[in-house]
Ligand binder design. Structure first.
Ligand code: NAD
Length: 444
């Protein structure tokens, strides 16, 4: 069993209460790492360290010095990316090919925000008042609490960490109970990169207590949360209670619209990658397919033929195309969603079982005839389950796509450029991809 500490004030630390818990490798089902089971007292210690660092030398650093640390951290992450990816795959069961791509990409994000640290500037504001100089200054918000889910622990953390450090903030990070290890490792690398003690702290824990304590902490000026809509609501309430800022990146039920004029083979590849990459466990998973009636049968046949041949297996093996779900509980949830869809009248055309592998596996699953009234059209599965429905007109496609309380992402497949832009503008989604899916870059 490997053993990890929390990371408080630049040092590995046990929890105040001395408890530990074990994290489980979803592929083997074996516990492999022991980490401290922290609580509110540990959050207090970490926030105190973050506050002291903000008032200490970190608070007085120049933007250039902060950019230098971010670039040194980028170099160290580049050096250790493959080892970090291997740890992440052990923690969440994602394909090593995916965690490698994410970890090797992290330096790009860190360097991008290093550049922003050096180029952010305030403004001088002209005024009618004589002998008055009015100007704005960029200042750090303060101590930032970052709460992160298990599906892309390092990438989603770096989305918060890099801008916060660039701005001169300090952080207390609460990783998911399922995937604490790489976060602790990143904090250790940050210390090696020369980040002063107390700037980047990590509190681990088996239950919700550290997250609850962090969201409610009076000395935390901003909460950056990524996770489920349900927990995001609790976090937003806790932050609003004391007028702290919050950013919330929540769940999704993203629609991919395929028009009759689309390149169907390209759409097939984008749709499969959109829903089956990471075993469907991405917030932006393209989990609803809305396809024009004229090409429904042809596209569905293409999708089913490929879905049935996706190779499930060991996430570290080079020829595996889809790994396990992240936990037995996750598999139970996915199974329940599929059973309810069939009860509601949807037609199972691919998957719907554990692929014969047992453990946490779930085969790529496609359900056809999923009308807007069905639960599968509305509820986030967070697994490899595609819900298919048809449309006849552009207006109907847009109406169906927008008929969801989520607003995260959407995809449009068409060779008509006017239709692409009209549809993208009409979709109520934060990100709309056209003839591609799940592309990300720090510049956007
Ligand atoms: P989750 O909401 O269960 O947990 C997220 C984090 O919140 C974890 O660290 C957890 O320990 C912590 N937490 C749990 N209870 C808490 C509480 N009461 N107060 C404060 N923190 C608490 O989500 P998850 O199961 O880890 O992740 C899956 C969800 O995350 C999905 O809904 C997915 O769509 C969403 N997600 C969103 C994005 C995005 O960028 N929009 C990215 C990835 C995942």
């Amino acid at each position: 069993m490997d053993r990890y500490g929390m990371h408080i004030d630049g040092r590995p630390e046990a929890g105040q209460a001395g408890r530990e818990y074990e994290t489980v490798d979803p592929f083997t089902g074996q516990a492999w790492a022991a980490v401290p089971d922290g609580d509110g007292a540990d959050v207090d210690r970490a926030v105190a360290a973050a506050r002291a660092a903000l008032r200490g030398p970190w608070g007085a650093t120049t933007p250039t010095a902060r950019a230098d640390v971010l670039r040194r951290l980028a170099d160290l992450v580049e050096r250790d990316a493959d080892a970090l990816a291997a740890l992440e795959t052990r923690d969440n069961g994602k394909l090593l090919a995916e965690t490698l791509a994410q970890c090797r990409g992290l330096p790009h994000w860190l360097r991008y925000f290093a550049g922003l640290a050096e180029t952010a500037r305030g403004a001088v504001i002209p005024t009618a008042k004589a002998n008055v100089l009015v100007y704005t200054r960029e200042e750090p918000v303060g101590v930032v609490g970052a709460i992160v889910p298990w599906n892309s622990p390092l990438l989603l953390l770096v989305f918060k960490l890099a801008p916060a450090l660039a701005a001169g903030c300090t952080l207390v990070v609460k990783p998911s109970e399922q995937t604490p290890v790489t976060t602790v490792e990143l904090a250790r690398l940050a210390t090696e990169a020369g980040l002063p003690d107390g700037v980047f702290n990590v509190v681990t824990g088996a239950g919700p207590e550290p997250g609850t304590a962090l969201a409610a902490h009076p000395d935390v000026a901003m909460i950056a949360f990524t996770g489920s809509t349900e927990i995001g609501r609790l976090v937003a309430h806790a932050a609003a209670e004391r007028f702290a800022r919050s950013t919330l990146e929540l769940g999704g039920k993203s629609a991919q619209i395929v028009f009759a004029d689309a390149d169907l083979e390209a759409a097939r590849d984008g749709l499969l990658a959109g829903i089956f990459a990471a075993t469907g466990q991405t917030c932006v998973a393209g989990s609803r397919l809305l396809v024009h009636r004229d090409v429904h049968d042809e596209l569905l046949a293409l999708l089913v033929a490929r879905a049935d041949t996706i190779r499930l297996g060991d996430p570290t093996a080079a020829d595996t195309e889809m790994g396990p779900l992240s936990s037995p509980a996750q598999q139970t949830r996915v199974r329940g969603h599929v059973e309810r869809a069939v009860e509601d009248g949807a037609r199972l055309v691919a998957g719907g079982h554990d692929g014969g592998l047992g453990g946490c596996f779930w085969a790529p699953t496609i359900l056809d005839g999923v009308t807007p009234d069905m639960r599968l059209a509305r509820d986030e599965v967070f697994g490899p389950v595609l819900a298919v429905d048809v449309f006849d007109t552009d207006a109907e496609a847009i109406e169906k796509a927008n008929a969801t309380p989520f607003g995260l992402a959407a995809g449009v497949w068409t060779t008509d450029i006017g239709r692409a832009h009209r549809t993208a503008a009409a979709l109520d989604a934060g990100t709309v991809w056209v003839n591609t899916y799940r592309m990300m870059a720090p510049e956007v």
